[in-house]
Ligand binder design. Sequence first.
Ligand code: HEM
Length: 399
Amino acid sequence: MMGVITSRRRKRLTGPEDENAKPLPEGPPGYPLLGHLHLFRGRAVPNVFQMINDWAKDYGKIYPLKFGPKTMYILNGYDCIDEVFNHPDVDGRSQSHTFAAALGEGKGPASASGKSWSCQRHYAIGFFKKASEYLDQAVADETKIIVQKLTDQSQDSIDIQRDLYRPALYNILTKITFGKRLDYSSEDFKVLVEAMDTVFTQHGPATLYYSLNLPFGSPAEIKRKLSGFKVKCQTEIDNVLGKSSPTYEDRNRLPYLQATVAECARLANVTPLGVPRVATKDVSFQGYRFPTGTTFMSNLHSIMMDPEIFPEPEKLKPERFLDAEGNYHRPKEYTPLGMGMRSCIGEQLAWRELFVITCSVLQKFTLKTPDGHETPSVTTGTTGVARSPLPFRVRVTER
Ligand code: HEM
């Protein structure tokens, strides 16, 4: 019976309509050999993701970009990404040299395909479901260290991203994977940071780098507004928690903070093009027939900046995540960690880290951009699969 249903379904997807399939879509012109690679090497071209969104107006919801010899089809808009990334035959991963060097080609739940992937994913999801207390503890331990280091530091300003968040997030993963955290000054930890940087910085780290500095350029007017958001979060934290340490369970009692974290994650959008997926069979979308092996990228930025879903998308407006009663509300299109059968396995951990660390730091400290420095901007940064802001400094004082 299942066989009949599957073959009928397949017929509908790749059947007669494909005889009339349009020629594969064209995209914007790139350089010979390089294609569009120059847009993403190291320091990204400012506003590159806006440019990618704008190209959809000229070339359609699915269009190709070339990364050296490799062609990838960019999917734009929620409906288009939802359709393609939920298709059962778009469940493969393209292989990257960096992941392959670090993990072994096709190894690990992010890179594997087929049965090996489905077993690993099933196991990992099961672990994250059962291990919520363990995750809470790992996040709490590392948060304590961040707070302690901020309390002890006596510098005029610090690079909070490089010196505190990055080691903390790597250490949480270490604790979860190997059962113990490492001392930041140990040789083992230095080796770990180097290895993780190879995987993440060349592809971009997926972290909470932006959230405490609530992004966007530095004019005085914007700085004043940002400070208003932080004060509102701090007032809520003071009223609800007082001095007691936050846990992830507290998020529903702190809707404004939860909405602010979500809004920062929308604007910071650390994986603006998602993680590439590969068609494991021929597939048809939007009148095109794509052969087995076609690579697709989800332009999540096109969703996060869609004015139909998020009016005035370039503005920081935590209220868009609050309902009429002031409770946290998440629209179904809000998918900064991807969607479909290969969506992010670490989602529960990522939101825990974002919420608990942001809450703990705002509870105890005032953060300011030092005079003469820029706040991190969401239109510049370093970019791979994910992006991070250019280095920035923060002045931290105890409240
Ligand atoms: C803010 C933090 C994070 C962001 C923005 C993020 C984003 C994403 C995205 C966009 C995908 C691809 C989804 C797709 O193919 O449709 C993904 C996949 C994945 N993420 Fe994350 N992620 C984050 C944190 C984490 C953490 C903390 C972990 C591990 C503990 C993790 C593990 C994975 C894995 C294993 C996959 C591959 C899943 C699969 O192929 O089945 N992520 N992530």
